[in-house]
Design a protein around this ligand. Structure first.
Ligand code: MCN
Ligand code: CUN
Length: 806
């Protein structure tokens, strides 16, 4: 492979592991493996009532009337809330995270199957569900808008006729890159003998994060203090609190949002759902705590979906494989309400990184968002704000270029990847990639896979297949991805006006044990362990002596929460910085203890030490006790040992990775078996390699699910065809190989500990590798592209030359 012997390619050794980092077991697992996790549905309050949501059976219909009298007469029912009740309180509609509005309970129309229509409050959840059947809603059916591709046609029904003057289903147009410069390269490529333009239509189907714990809330409005406590499944407790404060007109200190243990979020728990608001209103109306937990179908049918991007990509490339420019057109199906969660200036999320890991002359993309009669959402499922779609597109395109030019896809990538000496690199769409050594990372993956041997086996199988033997075809699929995670710099990134910085508080107690308060919220990522490790490494302590507090707005500093793999890049940085602040304060105390000047101290081996005299030193525990004692401190030093800080990241971090999928495909049945999967990730310095590998394992399994099994489809009436786990398949160990992981380490130059995010990398990088592998396997059938999910039917149809269209 070209580039391998390139002397500019440096091999990065992992840096000396600071004390505290390493694969320690997860502190939180002590409770999880004993079944002692504490989730929203585990919380029981005295006198608590239960809510249930009546949902629309139709995708698009006018509401003629709602009769709740029979439900209200049910002996165990306390209240039935409808859109009309909420309208009286000014709460029938709520703001979304994308400056749109969303119906809390439908008043005028229902706009997707599963939409919230009424909320019943009863003594127990069974009675609440029973009473739903007693509500009589008369609907006048309307033609639904199901196909995003026809949503903008003249005469299409208008989904959002609640918006004044709205006569179409258009939401936004957004573009990125230099259109004129890109068109110029394409014009040249079309004219030149030695260049071609390669085009492909690529769909990233609608999928769903499907966390094991569905969404829910327990609201308790104390009528005496006027304080609302909300235990809820949220990835962003502080942001939710501010939104509730804005909508309800309550001060933030009168609202406490608690996110207890969360059974998986994957982006599904970023937004605010009508059920949360209904539980709050119901608690106010009844004067009792009210709990609402959705079931599996409710979760799949009504909460934040992901993807649904219809993409056309064009690549201008020289015939010897030098990629010059990429041009992209996207139609984004946002469902009935534009409720995607992403920084304000990025309506298509970070799709702008569709230029991938390659050195391009020019690039441009245009994205158009449309309303359809489907559930809203859009940015969820480990997506790094739509980098999943961007990476999938570019990595499919690169393989299609390789197919059309009859080049080896690894060689084509090596030819176009950015080199280590190009960093920091400004992409054609303006992103400043912080660091990386892409050819090296790819080479590590190819070596680990035994790429040449695999190609030899593939050729041998193809020979046998062509000779008429019944043999599985071997497919080898690569993907190389760059992510942009850790949103983000406040000057560029906010959500509903809230800048994306994060706070951290650290308090070391007299006994030398510490409590760290952070605004990130773990849903399973292991923050209680890794964030303790960051403090431990900075202060020379044991991670066991540091308690990480998160998920309670009364106990933690403000910040925007966990999504877009931002916890380590932003909260993790805040944690390192606050620990360093404490360390500097400790230095002054240590100087007083040792009766030397603070300037004479150096931080060595996890303690403050008199320069040149290792015997004269103080640990943080010794210093903490002294800081709370009668020790005389210099003028202006108050004592105690604590600090707080807010971290505003200067840039995003740019993790990368090279993945190789090896699949066996039976062309007669369309069955795909993922035989091997090699994943080499570079997330900079790894705090806890075991946790990092766990994150990668999960994301790779996600990739198998999306590439081969998952899709939320709709019939022509707008009925959701993915509303249960019989229809929406989760990958299990049976579909997953034993993952083969590798790593390269290119620290982020601007992050205090050199770490980059990892939480979504594998979900981003694995679908293109698997699809590339399946298409590669079908080479003897001349297949150039097939859309996900590559179910046996889809693979078989592709082999027959009649690809399935979703
Ligand atoms: N880590 C590390 N060294 C690094 C980077 C990360 O040790 N260089 C550790 C972190 O400290 C953290 C974990 O790996 O314990 C993931 O860190 P990070 O990449 O910062 O991601 P977040 O913590 O912000 O997690 C969010 C990310 C997202 S956005 C989705 S979606 C997703 C994912 O995490 N949802 C998950 N992984 C998940 N894993 C579980 N179990 N459950 C989810 O809901
Ligand atoms: Cu896009 S899913 Mo994660 O950012 O919570």
């Amino acid at each position: 492979i070209a580039g391998v012997q390139d002397p500019s390619v440096q091999i990065h050794a992992a840096p000396e592991t600071p004390q505290g980092y390493g694969s320690m077991k997860r502190k939180e697992d002590a409770r999880f493996v004993r079944g002692r996790g504490h989730y929203v549905d585990d919380i029981v309050l005295p006198g608590m009532l239960h809510g249930a949501v009546l949902r629309s059976p139709l995708a698009h219909a006018r509401i003629v009337s709602i009769d709740t009298s029979a439900a209200e007469a049910h002996p165990k029912v306390h209240a039935v809330i409808t859109g009309e009740t909420l309208a009286g309180l000014g709460l029938a509609w709520m703001p979304t995270l994308s400056y749109d509005t969303q119906a809390v309970l439908a008043t005028d129309k229902v706009r997707f199957q599963g939409q919230e229509v009424a909320f019943v409050v009863a003594d127990d959840k069974y009675s609440a569900r029973d009473a739903l059947a007693l509500i009589d809603v008369e609907y006048e059916p309307l033609t639904p808008v199901i196909d995003a591709k026809t949503a903008l046609d003249r005469g299409s029904p208008v989904v959002r006729d609640d918006k004044e003057g709205k006569t179409d289903n258009h939401i936004f147009d957004w573009e990125s890159g230099d259109s004129a410069a890109t068109d110029k390269v394409f014009a040249e490529a079309e004219a030149a003998e030695d260049q071609v333009v390669v085009t492909a239509d690529v769909l990233y189907p609608r999928v769903h994060p499907a966390p094991l714990e569905t969404c829910g809330a327990l609201a308790d409005m104390d009528p005496v203090t006027g304080k609302l406590t909300l235990w809820t499944t949220t990835q962003a407790p502080h942001a939710h609190r501010t939104l509730y404060a804005m909508v309800a007109g309550l001060p933030e200190h009168k609202i406490r949002v608690v996110s207890p243990d969360i059974g998986g979020g994957f982006g599904n728990k970023v937004g605010i759902y009508p059920g949360y608001v209904c539980a709050i209103v119901a608690s106010i109306v009844t004067g009792k705590p009210v709990k609402w937990m959705e079931d599996r179908s409710e979760n799949l049918m009504s909460t934040s979906f992901a993807r649904d991007y219809h993409m056309r990509g064009e690549v201008a490339v020289t015939k010897d494989g030098r990629i010059r420019a990429v041009r992209v057109d996207v139609l984004a199906d946002h469902g009935a309400f534009n409720a995607t969660a992403q920084p304000t200036k990025f309506p298509a999320g970070f799709f702008g990184v569709f230029t991938g890991s390659y050195d391009l002359e020019a690039a441009h993309c245009a994205v158009t968002g449309v309303y359809t009669n489907k559930a809203s959402g859009g940015v969820a499922y480990a997506c790094s704000f739509r980098i999943t779609e961007a990476v999938y597109l570019i990595e499919r395109l690169v393989d299609i270029v390789a197919h059309d030019l009859e080049m080896d896809p690894a060689e084509l990538r090596m030819k176009n990847l950015l080199h280590a000496d190009q960093f920091p690199y400004q992409s054609a769409t303006g992103w400043v990639y912080d660091s990386g050594d892409y050819p090296h990372t790819l080479q590590v993956a190819l070596d680990k896979a035994g790429y040449q041997e695999l190609r030899a086996e593939q050729a041998e199988r193809r020979r046998r297949h062509e000779a008429g033997e019944r043999v599985d075809l071997l497919g080898i699929g690569l993907s190389f991805f760059t992510e942009a995670v850790g949103a983000g710099p406040r000057r560029e990134m906010d959500i509903l006006g809230l800048g994306m910085a994060d706070g951290a508080d650290l308090r070391v107690h007299p006994t030398g044990k510490a409590v760290l308060g952070i605004s990130a919220q773990t849903q399973g990522q292991g923050h209680e362990t890794t964030f303790a490790q960051i403090v431990a490494a900075e202060l020379g302590m044991s991670p066991d002596d540091i308690e990480v507090v998160h998920g309670d707005t009364d106990l933690t500093p403000f910040g925007l929460g966990t999504y877009g793999s931002r916890s380590t890049p932003v909260s993790g940085a805040a944690t390192a910085m606050v620990a360093r602040k404490v360390r500097e304060r400790a230095r002054i105390v240590a100087a007083a203890m040792l009766e030397v000047s603070a300037d004479d101290l150096e931080w060595n081996d996890g303690r403050w030490q008199v320069a040149g005299d290792p015997e004269a030193s103080k640990t943080i525990a010794e210093i903490a006790l002294a800081a709370h004692s009668s020790l005389e401190l210099p003028e202006g030093v108050e004592g105690h040992l604590d600090a707080s800080c807010v971290y505003n990241p200067p840039n995003l971090t740019y993790p990368c990775g090279a993945y190789v999928a090896v699949v066996d495909v039976d062309p007669r049945t369309g069955t795909v078996n993922v035989r091997r999967f090699i994943a080499v990730d570079d997330c900079g310095v790894r705090i806890n390699p075991m946790i990092v590998e766990g994150q990668v394992h999960g994301g790779l399994a996600d990739g198998v699910g999306m590439a081969l099994m998952q899709g939320i489809a709709f019939d022509l009436d707008g009925n959701c065809l993915g509303g249960s786990m019989m229809d929406y398949l989760l990958p299990t160990s049976l579909e997953c190989p034993s993952w083969e992981l590798g790593e390269t380490v290119t620290p982020s130059p601007h992050h205090p500990i050199g770490a980059k995010g990892i939480g979504e990398s594998a979900t981003v990088g694995s679908p293109p590798a698997i699809v590339n592998a399946v298409v590669d396997a079908l080479g003897p059938y001349g297949v150039r592209h097939a859309d996900m999910p590559l179910t046996p039917a889809a693979v078989w149809s592709a082999a027959q030359g009649r690809p399935l269209r979703t």
